[in-house]
Design a binder for this molecule. Structure first.
Ligand SMILES: [Zn+2]
Length: 636
């Protein structure tokens, strides 16, 4: 069968043979989805089929706002395609099309919105007309290829990803598969060991890390086609070059280096994680535990040293000011450092979310979902423009929270930045992560209200209805509705932050442990009900101690997955020192009435001096220059 598929692909790709209408259709029917026999490592959890999850309320408001005003709104698709005809205006600009289409395809998978499909279909057709004589879709003329300083490989990576997502989630169009194959074949022909151009000699950045991130779409294409040369190319990136010029990034992660010290002067957060997303795919296929150890070390070290209270990471101080806040910088420890001016790029947060989704799929580690939840409810939606048409570039915890300027520029009359393009991808991942499947039944990861159709142990559909106003309250009801009674396991993520969680099945209590999945294995019958009550007590978080001991003077307040903050637009004394009344780290905060600016969660917090109002970090609107105070100065 393997040989048959391979032969069929080479027939499909042949340029001299007859390109009848029939051949591509046959090819595609064989290649419908990734082939399981090319993957040695089985995931613990698998995503549900497209259109199986429907969220409503809280997170869904942001998702719909983005679909309407970004993906179906201002994205200048035609002008983005035009860059492949007339060339880029500045380095790497050809990344924009693939990023815009990638999030659109993910969101189409979620909504099946015909209007979105029409937009995506038209822009993909438009892009395919830009294919050059050598098969590449590139902003660089063939005579200039490969075009390192222009960002050619990084751009081709995003073309591949945009087309791959279209093929996997929107339409199995053989012309799209062929375009991916032609693009990759051109890449493989140009890049590699001498006499070809080395991949680490390609790129605009000091260590050229971005070029090697093409690993991810190359592995996705290998899984689609089974063509050995793509796996060989991936092996070249991973095992010969190691990801960057002068630095073996993968080896450094394997050796447990902290992220801030990986890649020399350029520990670029977003691109580094993007490389490791590809390494996860490479591990799935090769099964070599060395690669798993490398990305698991990186994942744990990012959590330990980089991720801030709102779930994103990276900063411009104290070690890497030249990386402009886009590099790892021991940010978990440095997050109250007053010298930080730029931190937590949205591209970094979204790529972190995506990497965490790979980790939970592969290993079933609930901490990866804790990380996703922390970023989703705080950093991600906290970076989004209220009008839904973009995202902040870098973000601050204290000061003006958002920053509309960023890498990018005007295209087709729209200000397009890397982060405007990546933010919607973060939103698109929320329904993808919310509910998954294990071999023994559904896995509930996120508790936003909605419905999901998962599979039982015997692969029968089971409808899950999640009824809640979470995270406003911590009460969640899950109605479990299998078609027929069956014994299977429902996994429920019990967040590490929920120190005491009450879970009942049909009124009977079940013991659960924070920071694990509760595994409820029983015969489920339509009408069974799970009730969860999470620990929503407000908690004081002491500032971490980085190089700047000013951290000793700050504390923050969280409530469930939400980080609370003071908002200048509600409170002129928003950044003044306070003494919060607390006992054993808990604060008697009460949900307050929102009588000023719109916000999602408002809590009255008792202090020695009365009460202060705090709102969810995401609701603070800094777009007009008003400031946020997340780390509250203490009265000395
Ligand atoms: Zn960005």
């Amino acid at each position: 069968m393997k040989w048959f598929k391979k032969t069929f692909i080479s027939v499909c790709r042949g340029t001299s043979g007859i390109k009848s209408m029939l051949l591509p259709i046959l090819c595609v029917s064989i290649l419908n989805g990734y082939a399981a026999d090319r993957v040695r490592i089985k995931d613990q959890f698998t995503p549900l089929a497209e259109n199986s999850v429907h969220l409503n309320g809280y997170l869904e408001d942001y998702i719909q706002n983005s679909i309407i005003h970004w993906n179906k709104g201002v994205v200048p698709y035609a002008a983005l395609v035009e860059k492949f005809r007339t060339g880029r205006a500045f380095f790497a600009q050809g990344e924009m099309w693939g990023k815009a289409v990638r999030s659109g395809c993910m969101l189409y998978g979620y909504t099946q919105d015909p209007e979105l499909k029409k937009i995506l279909k038209a822009t993909v057709a438009d892009l395919l007309t830009t294919k050059r004589a050598n098969g590449s879709i590139s902003c660089s003329d063939i005579s200039k290829q490969p075009d390192g300083p222009g960002g050619d490989l990084w751009e081709r990576k995003y073309v591949l990803l945009g087309l791959d997502h279209y093929y996997m989630q929107v339409e199995k169009d053989p012309a799209v598969l062929q375009a991916m194959i032609d693009q990759a074949d051109c890449l493989v022909a140009q890049i590699g060991p001498a006499p070809k151009t080395r991949i680490v000699d390609q790129g605009w950045s000091p260590n050229h890390i971005e070029s090697s991130t093409v690993l991810e779409p190359v592995m996705r294409l290998y899984k689609l086609t089974g063509d050995q040369k793509y796996l060989d190319f991936a092996r070249y990136i991973v095992e010969v070059e190691g990801g960057a010029k002068g630095y073996n990034i993968i080896e450094d992660a394997f050796n447990n280096k902290v992220p801030e010290q990986i890649g020399g002067v350029y520990p670029k957060a977003y691109e580094m994680m993007s490389l490791f997303e590809g390494l996860v795919e490479y591990y799935r296929v090769t099964g070599n535990e060395r690669w798993k150890l490398a990305f698991m070390n990186l994942y744990r070290n990012i959590i330990a040293t980089e991720i801030t209270i709102i779930g994103n990471g990276g900063g411009d101080q104290p070690y890497h000011p030249a990386v402009m806040g886009e590099g790892w910088d021991n940010t978990a420890l440095e997050q109250t450092n007053p010298n930080i001016k730029r931190m937590m790029e949205t591209c970094t947060g979204v790529t972190w979310l995506k990497l965490c989704s790979q980790i939970v799929r592969l290993t079933g580690d609930p901490l990866a979902v804790d990380m996703i939840e922390k970023y989703a409810y705080n950093g991600l939606i906290g970076a989004m423009k209220p009008a839904g048409d973009g995202f902040s570039y870098v973000n601050l915890l204290n000061g003006v929270k958002t920053n509309p300027e960023g890498w990018g520029g005007m295209v087709g009359g729209v200000y397009v930045t890397c982060c405007n393009l990546n933010g919607p991808m973060g939103l698109a991942y929320l329904p993808f992560v919310a509910v998954m499947n294990s071999a023994s039944g559904p896995v509930i990861n996120l508790y936003n209200a909605g419905t999901a159709t998962a599979l039982t142990a015997k692969k029968h559909p089971v409808l899950l209805e999640v009824v809640t106003d979470y995270p406003v309250s911590g009460t969640v009801i899950v109605n479990v509705k299998p078609k027929a009674s069956e014994k299977f396991t429902v996994r429920l993520r019990i967040p590490a932050w929920s120190k005491t969680t009450a879970v009942k099945v049909n009124g009977l209590p079940v013991n659960v442990v924070a920071g694990t999945y509760a595994e409820i294995n029983r015969k489920w019958t339509r009408g069974d009900k799970i009730e969860l009550s999470f620990d929503m007590r407000c908690r004081i978080i002491d500032a971490p101690h980085g190089s700047n001991r000013a951290g000793d003077n700050f504390q923050a307040v969280t409530r469930g997955p939400i980080v609370l903050a003071r908002d200048e637009s509600r409170d002129a004394g928003f950044d003044q020192p306070v003494t919060i009344k607390s006992k054993d780290g808990c604060v008697e905060g009460a949900l307050g009435t929102n009588n000023q600016q719109p916000c999602r969660v408002l809590v009255d917090i008792p202090t020695d001096n009365g009460v202060i109002q705090m709102v969810d970090y995401a609701s603070v609107n800094s777009w007009s220059g008003k400031r946020v105070c997340t780390w509250l100065p203490k009265v000395k």
